[in-house]
Design a protein around this ligand. Structure first.
Ligand code: T4K
Length: 394
């Protein structure tokens, strides 16, 4: 018998019996893609659900990021974070834009607004922050900086579907925000993504950009790409929306269970829920402080694996450590991001994750810190560290 595997996530699917009639309708109509009726309906339903002005659907979040940069005609240098999924920086590279990495703040692992100013040069045109794990960046500080220096702000909000800040969707911030509807995200259309924009003119330009730049049968107005979502995914997405609130409730339950169980384990830190935020519980990241926990993050990662639990180290290594980017001057000195990337492990989180599995994960973690046969016990390690810091004079 194959050993049971608990993965970091498990995609949520709509009920099959509700999807079949929509498939039958698409089969009858023979309209499969290119701004069909489900595509149009889904864009409107999303804008309405999220409380945002305009939604432009895309085939995936990466193409949405690339098109957003094209849409605003971003060139030169863009300030961004090394602590994200590679797609964030790759979207710059594909647009021949130079990424300038700025370190993160340790509380939510987002781009540190206090460090942005020092990275601005005459070539800087925009800031590309990420709402990492769905926790909002310091949006007001970032906007102030952008306004002062005349920069655009594009949020990579791949993780932030459904997150509200002070009662309004976090996707309303910045010039544009991009979400991902990949299978591993809180809200999925198998593959998919969207850009949230503020006016119809921008929506129209994005509509052109995702469809080869075609305005009509004989007119191509821009060097667009093919980044359209098809009708099957749009219909699937419409169904997903009906169940999204339940999905969030399930994720919240698991998150709270983790927090309760891990509260008093030395060397294990999790993120506080931010103020004035309705969160989407998209990930459950924990950070292992080796000197307190007595074992490394990778020891824990392997121990969980031995028990069939597959956490993920989002985001390790840093983007700035990959060969494409490590030669950039800004790839050095990212101390907080570096440290955090060596501590992070995202634990399995999805609405139907069984309570017993969560209990098992918590007990594996707590037993690791208590019983440590291979390494020096926690207390001794601490004393050693103190001794190193404050050597006694003879
Ligand atoms: N910006 C940010 C900040 C992002 O995080 C992402 C994507 C993007 C931009 C780009 O958006 P998209 O172009 O993807 O729309 C996964 C996802 O593929 C990726 O979408 C996501 N971020 C990233 C954080 O995670 P991998 O390489 O970890 O995927 P993979 O295949 O290892 O799957 C992760 C886990 O999910 C595994 O344990 C298996 C499980 N899984 C996966 C799939 C695809 C399933 O159970 N079922 C499935 O269908 O990148």
């Amino acid at each position: 018998m194959e050993k049971r595997k608990i993965l970091v996530t498990r995609p949520q699917l709509p009920p099959l019996n509700e999807f079949i009639p929509l498939l039958a309708d698409i089969w009858d109509s023979r309209w499969l893609t290119n701004n069909g009726k489900y595509h149009q309906e889904f864009e409107k339903a999303l804008a309405n659900y999220l409380g945002v002005p305009y939604v432009v659907l895309f085939a995936n979040g990466t193409l949405a990021l690339m098109a957003a940069l094209q849409c605003l005609r971003i060139k030169g240098e863009v300030i961004t974070t090394p602590y994200s999924f590679v797609a964030t920086t790759h979207s710059l590279w594909w647009n021949d834009i130079k990424p300038v990495f700025v370190d993160i703040e340790p509380d939510y692992c987002n781009l540190d607004p206090e460090r942005i100013e020092a990275a601005i040069t005459p070539a800087t045109t925009a800031i590309l922050p990420v709402h990492v794990y769905g926790n909002p960046c310091e949006v007001d500080k970032i906007q102030d900086m952008a306004d002062y220096y005349g920069l655009k702000v594009i949020y990579d909000a791949a993780h932030a579907f459904g997150v509200r800040l002070k009662g309004s969707s976090v996707l309303n911030y910045g010039d544009l925000s991009i979400v991902s509807f990949h299978a591993t995200k809180v809200f999925n259309t198998i593959e998919g993504g969207a850009i949230i924009c503020h006016d119809i003119k921008t929506k129209k330009r994005l509509d052109y950009l995702k469809n080869f730049g075609i305005a009509n049968e004989t007119t191509v107005v821009a060097p667009g790409i093919n980044a359209k979502m098809n009708e099957l995914q749009a219909a699937y997405g419409l169904l997903q929306l009906k169940y999204f609130d339940t999905v969030i409730d399930g994720r919240k339950h698991i998150t709270e269970k983790y927090k309760k169980g891990l509260k008093n384990i030395p060397g294990v830190r999790y993120l506080d829920e931010p103020q004035e935020v309705d969160y989407n519980y998209s990930y459950f990241p924990i950070f292992i402080e080796e000197s307190e926990f007595g074992r490394s993050r990778d020891d824990l990662f392997e121990e969980l694996k031995k028990n069939g639990i597959y956490g993920r180290r989002y985001f390790y290594p840093l983007i700035s450590e990959f060969p494409t980017y490590r030669g950039l001057p800004s790839a050095k000195g990212l101390d907080i991001a570096y440290e955090v990337s060596r501590q992070i492990i995202c634990l399995p989180l999805y609405p139907d994750l069984a309570d017993e599995i969560v209990d098992l994960i918590i007990s594996i973690i707590s037993e690791m810190v208590q019983v440590d046969s291979n390494k020096v016990p926690v207390k001794v390690l601490k004393t050693y560290k103190e001794k190193r810091k404050f050597p006694k004079e003879k």
